[in-house]
Ligand binder design. Structure first.
Ligand SMILES: [Zn+2]
Length: 264
């Protein structure tokens, strides 16, 4: 007859060698009829007890518990020659309490790890959302400014012509305060990572071209470039030019202009 229930609370104590002799004998007799459930529980209890050392280094036995343990050992030594079954002095409820503490310690360590991981994941998601929001805001600001430049009656249209016959003409919309929108279609992409770079050519003779933004047309050869410049720079600009430059652009043009257009 299997009556596992009566052993249910004894596994940890058994693993720790803390059962009374009759209790131990009863449990071992039960295990001898090969009860896989209880054998499994014993294995789990062994694992649980072995984990305490790693998971709860601060959980040192109290002086009272140490005293009890020492007393128990001494009594066993003393009583051994008389072949009287040694009686553990540690009450079962104490071992049950210790086992419960093991479980609570393991659970809270595991739970703390899990919560830490979840917090990290939430932080990452929040950072990505904020980053995305910032990008959208920037795009929205750019789109608003582009729209304002395109619809403002004060804007001026500038045609950028190319000396190369195969290069399509580009268009720049110029607003003296809001900036410049340069756009193109069917523009051949520069080789490799090279880029197209916009230059502001100063009105003052002898002044060097002022480097502006770089771009690469998309797969269809389209691009829209928004340049926000301070009005005084806009007022000092005579012409726009576009050259092909290494990735990231150059401080001064390194190739002849592919497109040029005068600001009238
Ligand atoms: Zn059993």
């Amino acid at each position: 007859m299997k009556n596992c229930d009566q052993f249910r609370d004894m596994f940890e104590a058994y693993t720790l060698g803390a059962l009374d002799a009759p209790e131990r004998a009863a449990l071992e007799a039960h295990l001898a009829i090969s009860c896989p459930d209880c054998a499994k529980s014993i294995e789990e209890a062994r694992w649980l007890v072995s984990q305490l050392h790693y998971l709860a280094p601060e959980a040192t036995p109290s002086d009272m518990l140490k005293g009890r343990l020492m007393q128990s050992v001494r009594e066993e030594t003393r009583s051994a020659p008389r072949f009287v079954p040694p009686k553990s002095n540690i009450p079962f409820w104490m071992w049950a309490g210790v086992a419960a503490l093991f479980l609570a310690t393991i659970y809270s360590a595991w739970n703390a790890q899990r919560l830490t991981r979840e917090i990290q994941r939430a932080d990452q998601i929040a950072a990505a959302i904020l980053q995305h929001r910032h990008e959208l805001e920037t795009q929205l600001e750019d789109a608003k400014r582009e729209a304002a430049i395109l619809v403002d009656p004060a804007s001026v249209k500038i045609a950028l012509a190319s000396p190369a016959p195969q290069a399509p003409p580009l268009e720049a919309i110029w607003h003296s305060k809001l900036g410049i929108v340069v756009s193109g279609q069917k523009v051949p992409a520069p080789a490799g990572d090279r880029v197209l770079q916009l230059w502001l050519i100063p009105k003052t003779p002898g002044r060097k071209p002022i480097p502006s933004l770089t771009l690469r047309p998309d797969a269809d050869g389209k691009f829209v470039l928004l340049v926000s410049n301070p009005p005084e720079l806009m007022a000092a600009t005579k012409a726009l030019a576009i050259t092909e430059e290494p990735p990231g652009g150059s401080p001064a043009p390194t190739t002849p202009p592919l497109w040029v257009g005068g600001v009238s």
